[in-house]
Design a protein around this ligand. Structure first.
Ligand SMILES: Cc1ncc(COP(=O)(O)O)c(C=O)c1O
Length: 466
C-alpha cells in the first residue's frame, strides 16, 4: 500500500471531512478528538501556569537594586569586584597604581614564595593542570596522599581529606555527618559554609551568642536531651571580628554534654600559636581533644581548597560519602603541590608567624591610640575598624583607595545593618611604616566623612535600614 493509496482511502472517511471543518486544521481536530475520547483533560489543553517571572523581578534582585540606587544617590563607587593585576601581597596593583593592600589573606606571604610557585609549576609538568576525575575513580594522585599525611601529622590526627573548596568542605562534612534527629549548636558568627552545611543536614541548628560559652551551655542544657547526636561548631579565629573562643572551655563543655566539637581553622592556621599550628597550639591543648579540625588551603597556605583532619572512621566516611568530595573533581595538581610546599615553609620558618603577630598587635595598638574602634579583635590577622553605617564604610573604602590603600568594607548582610566596618587583613609582609601610615590615614578620613555626612544622607539611611 502506498501513501497515495492511504490518502485516497482516508479522503473518503468522515474523519477527514471533520478535519477540514475543524478550526485549527489537523492539530485542532486532533485535540477535539482526544478530548472527545477523554484522553486529554480540558485543563491540559490550556497552559496551566503563568510564564516564569523574569529574574529581575525576584526579591533578591529588587533588594540589590534598592542598594544600588542608594549608592548612586550618594555618589558611591562599587567597591566590590575591583580587578587587580599580578600577585597580591602587602602591595596590590589596581588600574596601574600601587596600593598598600589589606584586602587579602595571604597571612604569611606564602603566595609570594618562589618555592611554592615552583612546586605548583613542577606539578603541572608532572600531572597536568587537572586530575580530570573524582579521586574515587581516576583522580587520585600520590601528591594528594602526601599533603593529607602532612596535614594529619600537623594535628596529630589519624587521617585527613582535602576537598577542592573550603566552603564545600564545611557544607559536605556537616551535611553528611548530622541528621534530622541531631542537634547543631554553633557560634552566631559562624561562616556561611557551616550554616549551609547545617541546613543541608536538616538537623536542629541553634546559635549560641558569639564567644559566649555560658550561653552555649544553656542551649545544650535545654536541648541536648531531645536529640540523638550533637555537634558544637566554632571558628579558631573569627573572620569578621578577629577574636577567638576559649577552646579549653569548649572542650570541657563538649565532653560534659556528649557532643562532637568541630573547629574551623580557616583564619587561625599559620596565625595562632607560637609556630603557627593554630588554636590548639595557642591554648597548649592536645589537638586530639577536638573531634573535627577543618581548615582551608586558601589563606595561609596560598592555594585553594579545604581539609578535614580527624579519626580514621570519620575520614573514611567522608571519602566514600561526602557529596562535595565524591561527586567533585580531585584537588588540582598545582593547588595540591602549592599547599604542600607552603605547609613545609610554615613548619620550617616560624619567624614569619612572629612577624605577623608583631604586625597585628602594632595595627591594633596604633588604631586604639588614634581613637579607632577595633572591636574585640585580638590583633592577629584580622582587624576590623568599626564604622557603623554602610554608606560611611563604602565611602571610607573609596577615600582610602584615593590615598593608596586597598581595604574593603564589610556590610549587611555579612554583618548587621548598623555594624558596617572596614576589615584589615594583616600579613607578615607589611612593614611597620605601612601599618602606621595606614592607621593615621584611616583616622583622618573617618573623621572627615563623619563631619561631611549630611542630614539628608542620615535620613535616607534610616529609611533604607528599615
Ligand atoms: C571561616 C571560614 N571557613 C570557610 C571558608 C571557606 O573557605 P574557601 O574560601 O577556601 O572556600 C572561609 C572563607 O573565607 C572562612 O572564612
Amino acid at each position: 500500500m502506498t501513501n497515495q493509496d492511504l490518502g485516497s482511502r482516508e479522503s473518503q472517511t468522515p474523519w477527514t471531512e471533520a478535519v477540514e471543518r475543524t478550526p485549527g486544521g489537523l492539530k485542532g481536530a486532533a485535540r477535539s478528538f482526544a478530548k472527545a475520547l477523554g484522553t486529554i483533560r480540558p485543563a491540559e489543553t490550556e497552559p496551566k501556569y503563568k510564564p516564569a517571572i523574569p529574574f529581575g523581578e525576584l526579591h533578591i534582585f529588587q533588594s540589590m537594586n534598592k542598594h544600588r540606587s542608594v549608592a548612586n544617590m550618594f555618589g558611591l563607587k562599587n567597591p566590590f569586584y575591583r580587578a587587580h593585576d599580578g600577585r597580591l601581597g602587602a602591595i596590590a596593583v589596581h588600574e596601574g597604581r600601587e596600593l598598600v593592600n589589606f584586602a587579602s589573606y595571604d597571612y604569611l606571604g606564602l603566595n609570594q614564595e618562589p618555592a611554592v610557585a615552583e612546586a605548583a609549576k613542577a606539578a603541572i609538568d608532572e600531572c597536568g593542570t587537572s586530575v580530570s576525575a573524582s579521586r574515587l575513580v581516576a583522580g587520585e594522585r600520590m601528591m594528594h596522599r602526601e599533603l593529607e599525611r602532612e596535614l594529619a601529622d600537623f594535628y596529630g590526627s589519624d587521617a585527613c581529606l582535602v576537598f577542592v573548596s573550603g566552603h564545600a568542605t564545611n557544607i559536605s562534612t556537616i551535611g553528611l555527618l548530622m541528621a534530622p534527629e541531631d542537634l547543631i549548636v554553633q557560634d552566631e558568627l559562624m561562616h556561611n559554609s557551616a550554616i549551609v552545611g547545617a541546613k543541608l543536614s536538616r538537623a536542629t541548628a541553634i546559635n549560641f551568642r558569639h564567644n559566649n560559652p555560658d550561653h552555649l551551655e544553656q542551649v545544650l542544657r535545654e536541648n541536648r536531651e531531645k536529640h540523638k547526636n550533637a555537634l558544637i561548631v566554632a571558628e579558631g579565629l573569627y573572620s569578621m571580628d578577629g577574636d577567638f573562643p576559649d577552646l579549653r572551655r569548649l572542650i570541657e563543655i563538649k565532653k560534659r554534654y556528649g557532643c562532637w566539637l568541630m573547629i574551623d581553622e580557616a583564619h587561625s592556621l599559620g596565625v595562632m600559636g607560637k609556630t603557627g599550628r593554630g588554636s590548639f597550639e595557642h591554648f597548649g591543648i592536645d589537638p586530639r581533644e577536638v573531634d573535627i579540625w577543618m581548615g582551608t588551603l586558601s589563606k595561609t597556605l596560598g592555594s585553594c581548597g579545604g581539609y578535614i583532619c580527624g579519626n580514621r572512621d570519620l575520614i573514611e566516611m567522608l571519602m566514600y560519602h561526602a557529596p562535595g568530595f565524591v561527586y567533585s573533581v580531585g584537588l588540582s595538581p598545582p593547588a595540591t603541590a602549592a599547599a604542600l610546599a607552603a605547609l613545609r615553609v610554615l613548619k620550617s620558618d616560624p619567624a614569619r608567624v612572629a612577624k605577623l603577630r608583631a604586625n597585628g598587635h602594632l595595627f591594633v595598638e596604633e588604631a586604639k591610640k588614634a581613637g579607632l574602634d577595633t572591636m574585640t579583635s585580638a590583633g592577629y590577622s584580622v582587624v576590623p575598624v568599626m564604622v557603623g553605617d554602610p554608606v560611611r564604610a563604602v565611602r571610607l573604602t573609596d577615600r582610602l583607595l584615593e590615598r593608596g590603600i586597598n581595604a574593603l568594607p564589610i556590610i549587611h548582610p555579612a554583618v548587621p545593618m548598623k555594624a558596617a566596618r572596614i576589615r584589615f587583613f594583616i600579613t607578615s609582609k607589611h612593614t611597620p611604616e605601612q601599618i602606621r601610615s595606614t592607621v593615621k590615614i584611616v583616622a583622618e578620613e573617618l573623621a572627615n566623612i563623619a563631619k561631611r555626612q549630611s542630614l539628608m544622607e542620615r535620613a535616607t539611611l534610616a529609611v533604607v535600614a528599615r
